[in-house]
Design a protein around this ligand. Sequence first.
Ligand code: NAP
Length: 236
Amino acid sequence: MHPIAILTGASSGIGAAAAEQFLEAQYTVINLSRRECPIPEVTTLTTDLSDTQSLANSSKALCEIVTARGVSSVCLVHNASLMLKDRCDTTDDEAMLQALSVNVLGINTLNRALLPLFPSTSSVLYVGSTLSEKAVAGAYSYIVSKHAQLGMMRATCQDLMGRGIHTALICPGFTDTSMLREHVGNDADVLSSLGEMNSYGRLVAPQEIADLIFWAHHHPVINGAVMHANLGQVEH
Ligand SMILES: NC(=O)c1ccc[n+]([C@@H]2O[C@H](COP(=O)([O-])OP(=O)(O)OC[C@H]3O[C@@H](n4cnc5c(N)ncnc54)[C@H](OP(=O)(O)O)[C@@H]3O)[C@@H](O)[C@H]2O)c1
C-alpha cells in the first residue's frame, strides 16, 4: 500500500516545496502545472487549469492513478493560482473568468473527477490566502476567487461528512515566491517592507507553508479549519 500526493502548481514556490516534503515521506507525487516540477522524482502531468481539454486529459490520467491497486490514501492540494492586478470598477468579465477558471473552476473539475474515488484517510487541502478573509485594493479577481475557495473548503467538509476525508484552507501571508515577487514588480524595497509587516520582520518561507500542508494532511482533527500562516500580520 502506498500514499499519493497530487498537487497543482508544484512547478515553483509553495507547491514545489510541498512536493519535496511528500517525496521525502515516500509518497508518489504528481504535479499539475504548465511547467515541469523542478524535482525529477515528481511526475508532472502538463496541465493548464484554465483549459477545459487539458484538465479533462489530466483528470482521466489521475483517475487511473488513484484507482490503481495499493493506493492507501490521497492528499489533493489545490495550490495553483492566478493573481491579476485589477479593481472592482474596471475588471472586464473576460479577466474575471480567467481568474475564476484557474482558481475556482479548475478546482471544481478536479474535485468532481477525483473525490468519489478517494479512499478514507485522504484529504483535500486548499491553499487560500490572507485575502480569503480580508481585502486590499488592486487584487479584485484574486480576492473574489480566494474567498470562493473558503466557501469551497467549508462545503467540502459538509458534503464529505462520514467519508473519512478531511479538508482545510491554508492561508499563507506574504511568502517569498515568484507570485509575490512578480506582483510587486521585483522591487526589493517593497518586498522588504512587506516582510516588515509581521511580528518577525521577514517574508514567510515556502517551506514553512509546505510544512503546514504536510501536517494538515496527517491531522484529520482540523477538518473544516481555516489555518492562517503569516507570522502574525500587523493589522491596519
Ligand atoms: N506568495 C505569497 O505571498 C502568497 C500569499 C498568499 C497565498 N499564496 C498562494 O499560494 C499558492 C502558491 O503560490 P506561490 O506563492 O507558490 O506562487 P508561484 O511560485 O508563482 O506558484 C504558482 C503556481 O501556480 C501554477 N499555475 C498558475 N496558473 C496556472 C494554470 N493556468 N495552470 C496550471 N498551473 C498554474 C504555476 O505553474 P505554471 O506556471 O507552471 O503553470 C505555479 O506552479 C497560490 O494559491 C497563492 O495564491 C501565495
